[in-house]
Write a protein that binds this ligand. Structure first.
Ligand SMILES: *[C@@H]1O[C@H](CO)[C@@H](O)[C@H](O)[C@H]1NC(C)=O
Ligand SMILES: *[C@@H]1O[C@H](CO)[C@@H](O)[C@H](O)[C@H]1NC(C)=O
Length: 992
């Protein structure tokens, strides 16, 4: 019932559909901006003493007498230091011990490895070894040197006990991944209000805040994220402010000191107030800026851009005063400085450093207008922006980006996540490639916890799938973000002198499901985790079922030239939906055909298993959307004509259309634009449903609120997700109403076959309230549900919708889907189910959706014959209710899916974000790949098709289920893309 507020949304009273809002916050506009910005620096007077010309310093200008301050040397040093550019000292790479070295850490040599170093534009691969010592990569070498080095290390008694030997067995090794955009530690898991330091509400301009000051070292995400191979992350303040504060790049390793400070890589000198050593270059600092929608609390786009200009003008005044002061000091004009201290301001010093080119700015900025605004400001005030983040329209305005003062920024994006708000609406999965084609550096970022940074590499895999070259895709999560953060001298690469942050992968890292076998941070072994925790070394099998050498190769991907061109032409909104063909379509070169079987689930009609089978000759002939002939082309000639349309699947597979479950798909176009959605149903727990509704519980039908032709629905359709179960439960309170099942590719509800099942299930949500908004207690929620199921509320008459549908539930005529994550609530629901069945002498069909903690109750759920739909199949412990996840390899052998299936629970998978519905095929592949061989392809298909049919009672007429034709592989292969949807019920084929 509550939707987690977007972590990138403006802060403050969480926006919670279905809950009363208490956010009539007064928007303070320009007044507060001005008040803040005109806060000028204070210069205090200093002690000058009149010194004779014979003193330690003399003025060359004044003959005779001049006043020179006692601390003239400090002043001159400080002035001189202003001219030293930020970055590492020249001799950095000759260091022998890392400043991050934990004494006692053994040296490690990883040998027989395929090493992707990040060098040469991400094309360099070394077959050989990486040697880690004292927190540093001390050598990367080829096989020719390897034997010698191993021998020396093995022979040396000194080293013997201190060196760990890791045989990579020919597997891939990369630098630890670098996440350029994370809210780890400031937006922690599980959400506990006391630990959130994402956005300050104290104004649009607050560059003096520091994310490290709100950093929670107990975020559950650290271990999870590290288990995905991520070793460093830039911790950014939120994007609710134009200048939200300073950011810090941290290592995701708990240090012996256990402090935030000790996790920061190269803390800037200003962090701890230590005096600057003017002989050393200053370390890079980091700053978060944001523009666009998230600043609405402070006004509109014009207001926020003015706030930027006001702030930079203030900083510029200070910088000019400093420069003037230094010019005079360096010229020995001390008299003119009498009574003046070096001009500075604790509040504005960070922004002054921006103007001095010492700060890497990460700028959240989506649209052409925002990018253009900020680029204009960089030229007005002469500073650089290191990276634009999100930047969903960056690919449409490469020439604007190139006008940025001081050089083109890096663009940090999601691979496919878009459309969630207006400024992300024109995002394109082809953006990364288009940017790369324009020579603009591309970074994939998590925006953790918006997407779980454990799967940062998945972003790179998807970017590669949609056309980003492999070398750049790998660099996009290693070398490129490290460079954008000014830290490429120590992270993001594997070369001598870099930090010892290394990952050994089970497959080529661009293969879906690639999982770390080992992760080292600063040379310390972090994965497998049991080693760290002091337990016995409990090795989780990683890479089981991926023994085929093909897994070590860069995956082949489809050609998207045409789609990419269309994305640019249509400014991100190319028409979707395909071309309908009612006549005969001949699919040639088909390697497999799988269909939905009314009793046996997914079955395979033919495959390449036969001796004489030659897929090149196999055809599937479809007539009016129905499969008419399957077999060698010679045997099907009678079903084709010379005019028949042909589609060469190049060895591809035809398989059943998938079903999406769990998001607002089919109800809303843009998630964060309420006007594009259905609005909120009444929640009978917090207000009386008006009498005119005629139903005390206010049970509503999703079929009355449908919105067809949304981009998320059509994108899902074009990715092989042809059905969606649509429910209002993400908008409502306890009672989520009646779901309906639709065809994602339909144009309106009256189109033939648009509605698969008018009423599918009755939905309710039972949860603790993660945002503390004062929703009714879980006991009240359960109590109300009990009354509804037992029919014991006198107001719930059998002729009301509420009475009618809950009665149907108790009779087992319609499934009850309960959105629930907590195992304790699930246990209570199992008791309630037994009580109801006992009282009513009936069997109810109960399904838990969400169900993050369900693995803890697998046996009981199975015994109660309850089904489970996991809407986060790769789980994340977002809330207190969902914190006890079963993470899967490399942390645990089992996944939630394998645990439940092993106990005999019927499992389906779903999705929470409409925009991710199109990713169902990847979700199925992941489910199979991380199951250590427990889930085969047939079972994987079923998770998002026939299992959902069974759980929800969705009926497809015999042979009526949609089929999806993949070109170049199956839905499990990165080499494939959808060529067509075959729709018997509508008598047509949609060709893409
Ligand atoms: C880096 O690699 C990309 C993609 O492979 C290529 O297009 C680009 O020209 C390369 N850049 C340099 C400087 O070699
Ligand atoms: C319960 O239902 C079963 C069959 O549905 C029936 O045989 C039995 O008599 C019922 N018991 C009671 C107590 O009504």
């Amino acid at each position: 019932m509550t939707k987690e507020p977007g972590w990138d949304a403006p802060p403050g009273p969480s926006v919670q559909p279905g809950r009363p809002q208490r956010n009539s916050r007064s928007t303070r506009l320009l007044a507060s901006v001005v008040a803040l910005a005109i806060f000028t620096f204070i210069s205090s007077s200093v002690n000058f003493r009149i010194l004779g010309t014979a003193s330690f310093m003399s003025s060359s200008r004044d003959a005779g007498f001049n006043s020179i301050p006692f601390h003239a040397k400090e002043i001159l040093d400080e002035c001189a230091a202003l001219k030293i550019p930020a970055g590492p000292p020249k001799d950095f790479n000759s260091r022998k011990v890392s400043d991050r070295y934990t004494p006692g850490t053994p040296s490690t040599i990883i040998y027989n490895a395929r090493i992707w170093t990040g060098e040469k534009n991400g094309t360099e691969v070394v077959d050989g070894f990486v040697w880690l010592e004292k927190g540093i990569v001390v050598a990367v070498g080829g096989l020719e040197e390897q034997e010698g080095v191993l021998k020396e290390l093995r022979g040396s008694r000194k080293h013997d006990s201190l060196v760990k030997f890791v045989d990579a067995g020919g597997k891939w090794v990369t630098p630890g991944l670098v996440d350029l955009h994370s809210h780890l530690g400031v937006m922690s898991a599980p959400v506990l209000i006391g630990a959130q330091s994402t956005n300050s509400r104290k104004g649009p301009i607050i560059p003096w805040l520091r994310s490290i000051d709100g950093f929670n070292t107990h975020d559950d995400s650290f271990e999870l994220t590290t288990s995905g191979g991520v070793t460093s992350a830039q911790v950014l303040p939120g994007s609710g402010n134009a200048q939200g504060g300073q950011a810090f790049v941290v290592k995701l390793r708990k240090t012996p000191e256990r402090s935030p400070s000790s996790m920061v890589i190269e803390p800037p000198h200003s962090l701890n107030g230590s005096t600057l050593d003017p002989s050393l270059p200053p370390r890079w600092r980091h700053m978060k800026q944001a523009c666009g929608e998230n600043l609405r609390r402070y006004g509109n786009r014009m207001d926020s851009i003015w706030s930027f200009r006001l702030a930079y003008n203030e900083a510029r005044k200070i910088k000019d005063a400093q420069d003037d002061y230094c010019r005079k000091a360096e010229a020995g004009e001390w008299d003119s400085l009498r009574g003046q201290d070096y001009p500075n301001s604790l509040q504005w010093e960070a922004l002054v450093d921006v103007l001095r080119g010492r700060v890497k700015i990460s700028n959240h900025c989506y649209e052409a207008v925002d990018l253009d605004n900020l680029v204009r400001i960089t030229n007005e005030f002469k500073f650089n922006i290191a990276s634009f983040h999100h930047a969903h329209e960056a690919y449409l305005v490469p020439e604007v980006l190139k006008k940025t003062y001081g050089g083109t920024p890096t663009i940090a994006v999601f691979a496919v996540h878009g459309g969630y708000k207006r400024e992300a609406y024109r995002g394109s999965p082809f953006a990364t490639r288009i940017l790369a084609d324009n020579d603009i550096p591309v970074v994939m970022k998590s925006d953790h916890p918006v997407t779980n940074s454990r799967y940062l590499l998945f972003e790179a895999q998807q970017a590669h799938y949609y056309g980003l070259p492999a070398n750049l895709a790998l660099a996009s999560v290693t070398a490129t973000p490290a460079t954008a953060a000014g830290l490429s001298h120590r992270i993001g690469y594997l070369r001598e002198g870099c930090d010892a942050d290394v990952v050994l992968w089970d497959t080529h890292p661009l293969q879906l499901g690639a999982t770390p076998v080992n992760v080292w941070i600063d040379g310390v072994l972090e994965v497998p985790v049991a080693v760290e925790k002091g337990g016995s070394e409990h090795r989780v099998p990683v890479g089981k079922g991926k023994e085929d050498p093909g897994w070590q190769e860069i995956p082949e991907v489809p050609n998207w030239d045409e789609e990419r061109q269309r994305a640019i032409e249509w400014e991100g909104l190319p028409p979707l939906g395909g071309t309908q063909v009612h006549e005969t379509v001949v699919f040639t070169n088909v390697s497999e055909l799988w269909v939905r079987h009314p009793e046996h689930g997914i079955v395979q009609q033919f495959n390449g298993g036969f001796e004489e089978f030659d897929s090149k000759d196999q055809v599937v002939v479809v007539n009016s959307g129905r499969v008419a002939c399957v077999g060698p082309s010679g045997s099907c000639t009678g079903f084709m004509s010379s005019g028949s349309k042909r589609a060469n699947l190049r060895g591809g597979v035809i398989s059943p259309g998938l079903t999406s479950f769990g998001s607002s798909l089919g109800l809303q176009e843009i998630e964060q634009e309420a006007s594009t959605g259905p609005g909120k149903p009444y929640d009978a727990l917090i207000q009386d449903v008006p009498g005119i509704v005629g139903d005390i519980g206010g049970v509503e039908r999703a079929s009355d609120a449908l919105l067809f032709q949304t981009r998320s629905a059509f994108s899902a359709y074009e990715a092989g997700v042809t059905y969606a179960v649509v429910a209002l439960d993400s908008y409502s309170g306890l009672i989520g109403g009646l779901s309906t099942t639709i065809r994602t590719g339909a144009h309106h509800s009256l189109e033939k076959g648009a509605i698969i099942q008018e009423v599918t299930a009755l939905h309710v949500t039972i949860e603790r309230d993660p945002w503390g908004s004062g929703y009714v207690s879980t006991s009240t929620q359960i109590n109300v549900l009990r009354n509804l199921l037992l029919g014991s509320h006198q107001g719930v008459t059998s002729d009301s919708a509420t009475g009618y549908w809950f009665r149907k539930v108790t009779r087992g005529e319609i499934p009850l889907v309960v959105k629930v994550d907590s195992v304790d609530i699930m246990a209570t629901l199992l008791k309630l189910k037994a009580e109801v069945e006992d009282t009513k002498n009936s069997t109810t069909k109960l399904v838990f959706s969400g169900a993050s903690e369900s693995h803890l109750l697998a046996e009981n759920i199975a015994n109660a014959n309850v089904g489970v739909i996991l809407t986060s199949p790769r789980p994340y412990p977002a809330t207190w209710d969902s914190r006890r996840i079963l993470p899967g390899p490399p942390i645990s052998s089992e996944t939630t899916i394998t645990k439940l299936q092993g106990a005999g629970v019927l499992v389906g998978i779903g999705v929470t974000t409409p925009d991710f519905a199109k990713n169902a095929r990847f979700d199925l592949t992941w489910a199979g790949l991380e199951s250590s061989g427990c889930i085969n392809k047939r079972q994987a298909y079923a998770l998002a098709s026939t299992n959902l049919d069974k759980l929800l009672g969705i009926k497809h007429g015999s042979g009526d289920g949609d089929l999806v034709a993949f070109e170049g592989g199956s839905l499990f292969d990165l080499s494939s893309k959808v060529a067509a949807v075959v729709s018997p019920q509508r008598g047509l084929v949609d060709l893409f």
